[in-house]
Design a protein around this ligand. Structure first.
Ligand SMILES: NC(=O)c1ccc[n+]([C@@H]2O[C@H](COP(=O)([O-])OP(=O)(O)OC[C@H]3O[C@@H](n4cnc5c(N)ncnc54)[C@H](O)[C@@H]3O)[C@@H](O)[C@H]2O)c1
Ligand SMILES: [Zn+2]
Length: 347
């Protein structure tokens, strides 16, 4: 895998200026920093990520100051952001500083958010280290934190100047992280690119991290996401399709404190059931999906129920209606606006 500094090679989609796009080798980091010429470089990570990726830190980030933030969703709180901003200040970061977020989606979301509001915005690079972060959260410029028990309620659209997807960074992902990433990969397979689903039918959760096809699956997933992001950067229209499985998924994630990806896997099945009741999709789509979970070795149980109150926190609410992404058939999707009262009866 070569080191590419041009976003032109990545996808055909538009990426903001100053953006180096998606690179596929951590060796690119030094060139990137050199090119950018920042006044200071600071890493942001969690203790767990640093421990798991000690070798990567030694090889690529030696002698860089490190700010440790809480591991997991705890990073996505006001308290954590406030502490992070204080550290920025104490380290003397100015407008030309560069921060590098190394970690899963929670590190990228919170570090990106802090970078977006500190001095009205300083540059950051995203180095995602979970499968979910590599295929999803590190692309598209959404940063943010949770608020009042609602996911991603506060945030900004603030793309990293580069995202570096290195296969080595996810070698240490456990089963839970792989399953988490699969939630978003299967989602884009269902809404946009069914060839992803075909590739996955030859895999299993326990072998995916070593699969020769993983790089291809990751690239296809990123491409599918950018298809929507490039058309609707601010998530006011077509990009909302990427939220398939998330209306119910987010509600389940907060209620049962399960991982985001696992909640999305459940949310997709539940939202397909709703679409069936609306006669907008056929049962075989859901049956195939459950079959794929079986092939991959993802356990599925029907015990999770979303609370209506949590569903009402969904960001796709418009007055007394909600915009729901509907998978019509594998690889084909659309947005449908339905009255909340109707949805309540269908859940
Ligand atoms: N911004 C977006 O567009 C977007 C999109 C999807 C999801 N998200 C957000 O992403 C978050 C979920 O991301 P996540 O699943 O990466 O969670 P996470 O960041 O909490 O990581 C999960 C766990 O994996 C560990 N980990 C990280 N890298 C590892 C490695 N290489 N080896 C072993 N363990 C490692 C972490 O320490 C953590 O304990 C959620 O908060 C979700 O809302 C954001
Ligand atoms: Zn998601």
């Amino acid at each position: 895998m070569g080191v590419k500094l041009s976003s032109r090679n990545m996808t055909k989609s538009k990426v903001p200026k100053r953006n180096h796009g998606v690179l596929y080798n951590l060796k690119a980091i030094n060139k990137l920093i050199e090119k950018d010429g920042p006044s200071k470089v600071v890493l942001i990570t969690s203790a767990n990520v640093q421990l798991r990726l000690r070798d990567i830190f030694d090889r690529f980030f030696k002698n860089m100051p490190v700010i440790i933030i809480p591991d997991g969703e705890k990073a996505k709180s006001w308290r954590s952001i406030e502490k992070l901003l204080k550290k920025f200040l104490h380290l003397g970061l100015d407008r030309q500083a560069l921060v590098i977020a190394v970690g899963g989606g929670t590190v990228g979301d919170s570090a990106g958010f802090a970078a977006s509001i500190y001095l009205r915005g300083i540059k950051y690079i995203n180095v995602p280290t979970t499968l979910l972060a590599q295929v999803d959260s590190s692309h598209g410029g959404k940063t943010g934190i949770d608020f009042e028990n609602a996911k991603n309620q506060i945030g900004s659209f603030y793309p990293a100047i580069a995202t570096i997807i290195d296969g080595e960074a996810i070698n240490s992902n456990g089963l839970e992280q792989i399953i988490g990433g699969l939630g978003e990969i299967i989602k884009v397979g269902l809404i946009k690119d069914k060839s992803i689903l075909s590739l996955l039918r030859k895999e299993s959760v326990s072998t995916l991290s070593r699969s020769k096809k993983l790089h291809k699956i990751i690239k296809k997933s990123i491409k599918a996401k950018y298809f929507y992001v490039s058309k609707d950067e601010k998530d006011k229209g077509v990009r909302q399709v990427l939220n398939f499985g998330h209306t119910i998924g987010h509600a389940i994630e907060l209620k049962y404190k399960i991982s985001h990806g696992r909640a999305v896997l459940i949310g997709m099945v539940k939202e397909l059931e709703i679409a069936e009741r609306l006669k907008l999709t056929k049962p075989y789509v859901r049956e195939n999906l459950l079959n794929l979970y079986g092939i991959l070795g993802i356990g599925f149980t029907d015990k999770y129920k979303a609370d209506w109150k949590a569903v009402l926190k969904d960001k796709k609410l418009v007055g007394d209606k909600i915009v729901l992404p509907i998978v019509v058939r594998e690889g084909v999707s659309k947005l449908v606006k339905i009255p909340l009262l109707k949805l309540k009866k269908l859940i």
